[in-house]
Design a binder for this molecule. Structure first.
Ligand code: SAM
Length: 265
C-alpha cells in the first residue's frame, strides 16, 4: 500500500529570502519534530545544564510556571518532576503533540495550550510566577514589532513580581567572529551536525544533519545580546541578569548561549 507522502520543509525558491515570523510552523514539520529529541538528547542536556533553571526558579520562590516554547517538552517535564506547577504552550501543534506523548512516557498528563506568543493573552488567563522561553526560541521572530508584542504579552502574563527566563545563541560571536561551538549545551545528540549555512545581519539559516542523512533547516533572526536586553527593558522589565553558558561571569565571545533572567519588579 502506498504511504502518504511525508510533508517536506519548504523555504521557497530562495531560502535565504525567507525571513518571516509565521514561517516557524512550516519549519517544525512532523519528520523534523520526530528527530528533535535525538538532536537535543534529554539525558545529556539534563546533565549539561544541571539544575540551573530549577535553582533560578526556586531561589526566586516561583511555583506556577508557563513554558511558552515547550517544543517536545524537555523543560516542562523536568519542572513538573521537580514539583513545579507547569502549563506548556507552543505555537506548533506538531511540537505540542510530541510533548504530550513524551509527558505520558514520563507518567505525566501535561497541560498544553497551542498559542502564538504574539497573542498569548487570548488563550492564557491568570498570572504566573515565571515564564520560560528556552532553547533559542525567541530568535524565530523576524520583526521588531513581533518581538515587542511577544515580550509585552509575556510581561502582562506575569505576576507583579514575576520574571522571564529567555535564552538565545551568542549571535554576536557568530556575526563578529564566525561560528564555533563547544557542542556541550542544548544540542547534545551524537553524530548530529548543526551548522549555520548562511549568516547576515538579518538571518541565521542553520542546517541540521542526522546520521540517516536526513537534513532540515531553521531560518532565524540573529539577536544581538544587548539588543535583546534593551527590548526587555523597553517593554518594562526592571532588572535583567545575563548568564553565559550558565555562568555569571564569562568573556563575551566564549559562551555558545546566553540566558537572560528578566524581573518585572
Ligand atoms: N524549548 C524547546 C527546546 O529547547 O527543545 C524547543 C525549542 S525550538 C528551537 C523553538 C520552539 O518555539 C518551537 O517549538 C516553535 O514552535 C516555538 N515557537 C517559535 N515561534 C513561536 C511563536 N511565535 N509562538 C509560539 N511558539 C513559537
Amino acid at each position: 500500500m502506498a504511504t502518504p507522502q511525508q510533508k517536506k520543509q519548504c523555504f521557497g525558491a530562495d531560502p535565504v529570502a525567507c525571513r518571516e515570523t509565521n514561517h516557524y510552523r512550516e519549519e517544525y514539520i512532523e519528520a523534523f519534530v520526530n528527530k528533535w529529541d535525538a538532536l537535543i538528547d534529554w539525558e545529556s542536556r539534563a546533565q549539561s545544564e544541571g539544575d540551573f533553571f530549577i535553582n533560578v526558579l526556586r531561589e526566586r520562590g516561583a511555583k506556577r510556571i508557563l513554558d511558552v516554547a515547550t517544543g517536545t517538552g524537555f523543560h516542562s517535564v523536568r519542572l513538573i518532576e521537580a514539583g513545579f506547577e507547569v502549563v506548556s504552550c507552543d505555537g506548533s501543534a506538531e511540537m505540542l503533540a510530541k510533548a504530550f506523548q513524551n509527558g505520558r512516557q514520563y507518567g505525566h498528563i501535561m497541560r498544553t495550550v497551542q498559542v502564538d506568543w504574539r497573542w498569548l493573552n487570548r488563550d492564557i488567563h491568570g498570572h504566573y510566577d515565571a515564564i520560560i522561553c528556552l532553547g533559542n526560541s525567541f530568535t524565530h521572530l523576524f520583526s521588531e514589532n513581533d518581538r515587542r508584542k511577544a515580550l509585552a504579552e509575556f510581561h502582562a502574563t506575569l505576576k507583579h513580581d514575576g520574571f522571564l527566563i529567555l535564552d538565545q545563541r551568542n549571535y554576536d560571536a557568530i556575526l563578529d567572529h564566525g561560528y564555533t561551538t563547544k557542542h556541550t549545551y542544548y544540542y547534545c545528540g551524537d553524530n548530529i551536525s548543526v551548522y549555520p549555512e548562511h549568516i547576515d545581519d538579518g538571518l541565521a539559516r542553520f542546517k541540521y544533519s542526522f546520521p540517516d542523512r536526513s537534513t532540515f533547516h531553521l531560518n532565524m533572526y540573529p539577536l544581538r545580546k544587548n539588543y535583546t536586553r534593551r527590548l526587555m527593558h523597553e517593554v518594562g522589565f526592571q532588572h535583567i541578569e545575563t548568564f553565559g553558558d550558565f555562568q555569571e561571569t564569562y568573556r563575551e565571545n566564549d559562551p555558545d548561549f546566553f540566558i537572560h533572567v528578566a524581573e518585572k519588579a
